[in-house]
Design a protein around this ligand. Structure first.
Ligand code: SAH
Length: 535
């Protein structure tokens, strides 16, 4: 193995190479004197001179003139450091080792430039090595240091044994050359540039992190908005049991919290009021408007005929299911209006509502015909065909899976029974909802615990899909729109205000959300849809 360490001159190097068994030769062909050393199949040109003297003395002379030749490892590379105080033109500078000359070339050139050798060129001999020459005489007064990257020892020994080996070595060499060049560049930078660089890098990392977080947030927000307007019902309804449960838990908590105050201010009905089909009949109380809403719905659905006839299955009582019954306002109203042959079962998710409803049933002496239970409308605990009328007054919007909800309603209806529904919807699309519209819908859904809204036509489609017949829908938005202004006014009255302060932020938030309802109706984004269907 040829070890380039500790040589003191080219001649000595040559001698040592010979001693180590390398074949050395002197060639004079083409003018320059070349000294070659080879080991195994490898062949290394170690020095060259264009001196007229072809005896090699010039080289020797030059090597002697050379004040110092040092070889040492820098970053895994052999560095040949030759110091020529009186170098002649075309002085032999160095030889690079085959296979690594190519890699080392740019680095060597740069180093030569750094050492103030100018017009440095390289000439290739075939097969390599590349020979570097400097055509400029260095300043005498200065000791010029020339560093050339040569090959690591192992590579000097012989030509690489396999192509894989070569590739690996080249990659390593490139990596090292790159690292060295980088280090050299960095060392040339003034210290503050380094600090600025690090600061810039940190800033970049922060910016990228911030951008990623923002993108993620936007995506989530867009998804939520899409769900809010029902454009991605599949995604919303595909929810796992846990997800559905979480929505239902939220709904239950929402009504647990709100119901008492609502009852105190507005009474037992928790739905819109009806102000004439065009909303012009405003000279009535909110409570009266709510009763009118029930009556209008009975008329619209012609469920009143069925209830008046009071003919249930097999001549028994007419059974009504009030799905999403609140504190049982509608249940009691129907039971009272249609007499003793009607029994009503209400279901709600809120235990607070259910227990309050039971108390009110008892107070009105209706508890033998009216009951309220805590149950999920998506999994009703009743057999198929149990009810004559399924009544859902403003509860369908809370359902995470509207189709499943309609299926359940249809399932528990007896053949010929009537489904009556009023639900919060968004307007029909197209035209697609604007960003502002979507924002309002989203806010409203957020504040009133609604997983997503859909258009009235979707409810109609679902009804058909569930095998229901004589499906009819109507848009009652104009008729109910004045309701929210009345709610807003009532929220400013003393009972409401004291209740809001007692209830704390969730109630205040819900009260503030009234503005979204008013805006939604004004812009025509919200629709109060009604639907009737027969099984
Ligand atoms: N229909 C009532 C109350 C409307 S408020 C009235 O007019 O006064 C909405 C009601 O729907 C609440 O009582 C709530 O508990 C109920 N609800 C929402 N999602 C439900 C679900 N998945 N199952 C059963 N009830 C539900």
């Amino acid at each position: 193995m040829v070890n380039f360490r500790n040589h003191t001159s080219i001649i000595e190097r040559h001698r040592e190479m010979r001693a180590s068994g390398a074949r050395c030769a002197r060639s004079t062909a083409g003018g320059p004197v070349r000294w070659h050393a080879g080991s195994g199949g490898g062949r290394t040109q170690i020095a060259t001179s264009r001196a007229a003297d072809d005896s090699g003395r010039r080289i020797t002379q030059q090597s002697r003139n050379c004040r110092d030749v040092r070889h040492h490892l820098v970053g895994g590379w052999h560095c040949v450091e030759q110091i020529y105080p009186h170098a002649t033109q075309y002085g032999a500078i160095a030889a690079l080792v085959p296979g690594f000359a190519f890699t080392a070339r740019p680095l060597a050139l740069r180093l030569l430039h750094r050492c103030r050798y100018q017009r440095v060129s390289y000439a290739t001999a075939r097969p390599p090595p590349y020979v570097l020459r400097s055509q400029t005489q260095p300043r005498r007064s200065t000791l010029h240091r020339l560093r050339l990257s040569a090959a690591p020892d192992a590579a000097v020994t012989a030509a690489p044994s396999s192509p894989l080996h070569t590739v690996r070595h080249r990659l390593q060499a490139w990596g090292k050359a790159f690292r060295d060049a980088l280090v050299a560049q960095l060392q040339r930078l003034p210290p503050h540039a380094f600090r600025f660089g690090i600061f810039g890098l940190l800033l970049l990392v922060l910016l990228l992190g911030w951008k990623r977080a923002r993108d993620r947030q936007r995506r989530a927000e867009r998804e939520r908005k899409m769900r809010a307007i029902g454009l991605a019902p599949a995604a919303a309804s595909h929810g796992t049991a846990a997800r559905r449960e979480s929505i239902q838990t939220r709904v239950a908590r929402f009504y647990d919290l709100q119901s008492e105050l609502w009852e105190r201010v507005w009474g037992e009905h928790m739905h819109h009021g009806f102000y004439g089909i065009d909303g012009s009949a405003r000279d009535k109380s909110g409570q009266q408007a709510q009763i009118d809403m029930i009556d209008e719905l009975l008329l619209f659905s012609s469920a009143n005929t069925l209830l008046q006839e009071s003919i249930g299955i097999g001549g028994r009582r007419v059974r009504v299911l009030d799905v999403g019954c609140g504190i049982g306002g509608s249940s009691r109203y129907l039971a009272t209006k249609y007499g003793t042959n009607v029994s009503v079962t209400g279901v709600t998710l809120s235990p607070v509502q259910a227990s309050r409803a039971q108390v009110l049933h008892r107070e009105r002496h209706l508890h033998d015909r009216v009951e309220t239970v805590v149950a999920d409308a998506l999994a009703l605990p009743y057999a198929d065909g149990t009810f004559d009328v399924v009544w859902s007054l403003e509860s369908a919007e809370h359902m995470p899976d509207k189709l499943a909800f309609m299926r359940e309603c249809a399932r528990v209806l007896r053949p010929g029974g009537r489904l009556v529904m009023a639900a919060w919807c968004h307007r029909e699309c197209p035209p697609t909802l604007s960003r502002a519209d979507i924002h309002i819908v989203e806010k409203m859904c957020e504040e009133y615990c609604i997983p997503h809204l859909c258009a009235l036509s979707e409810f109609e489609n679902y009804a058909w899909q569930c095998g229901l017949q004589q499906v009819h829908t109507a848009d009652w938005s104009a008729a109910v729109a004045p309701f929210w202004s009345a709610v807003a006014r009532s929220a400013l009255q003393r009972p409401a205000l004291s209740g809001l302060f007692e209830g704390g932020w969730p109630l205040i938030r819900a009260a503030l959300a009234i503005r979204w309802m008013i805006r939604g109706f004004r812009r025509g984004v919200f629709v109060l849809g009604v639907l009737r269907a027969t099984k």
